[in-house]
Design a protein around this ligand. Structure first.
Ligand code: RB5
Length: 147
């Protein structure tokens, strides 16, 4: 798979660890930064990564900020993005299986690096189950398309 990874200044070290880990699983990772510890604005990175997912330049996206929340809020403003914040692996599995999430977010100030790797592996390796869940995804898409 091709996976975009993006983060703010709170998550540079964790991003690097997670990026290497995803690569070790055999996936291609596109890192769009930030790679600096200087304070920056997470919406910029969340939006850029989300556009790559929405435009099908990549298969999935991984977002990291302090809590995972801010950068996920920005990503979810982009049409076609379903990004969930996860601090454990059960949610990481279910947001793929039930919500067909195409991005995952978590917090560098919330989860440690081993848990972060387990979360990302679970997310990448879980598959959307379709069926009744597709109806609900279609309803979310319909909300996006309302004026
Ligand atoms: C940055 O200090 C922090 O606000 C950001 O990383 C994130 O936690 C926002 O949701």
């Amino acid at each position: 798979m091709k996976i975009v990874i993006a983060n703010d200044h709170a998550a540079v070290e964790l991003k690097n660890e997670v990026k290497e880990y995803i690569e070790s699983l055999g996936h291609e990772v596109i890192n769009i930064g930030t790679d600096s510890n200087e304070s920056c604005n997470y919406p910029e990175y969340g939006k850029k990564a989300a556009l790559m997912v929405a435009n099908h330049e990549v298969d999935l996206g991984v977002l990291i900020c302090g809590t995972g929340v801010g950068i996920s809020l920005a990503a979810n403003k982009v049409k076609g993005i379903r990004c969930g914040v996860c601090s454990e692996t059960t949610t990481a599995r279910l947001i793929r299986q039930h919500n067909n999430a195409n991005m995952i977010a978590f917090g560098a100030r919330i989860v440690g690096s081993e848990l972060a790797k387990d979360i990302v592996k679970t997310f990448i390796e879980s598959e959307f189950q379709g069926g009744r869940h597709q109806i609900r995804i279609d309803m979310i898409t319909a909300i996006e398309n309302e004026d």
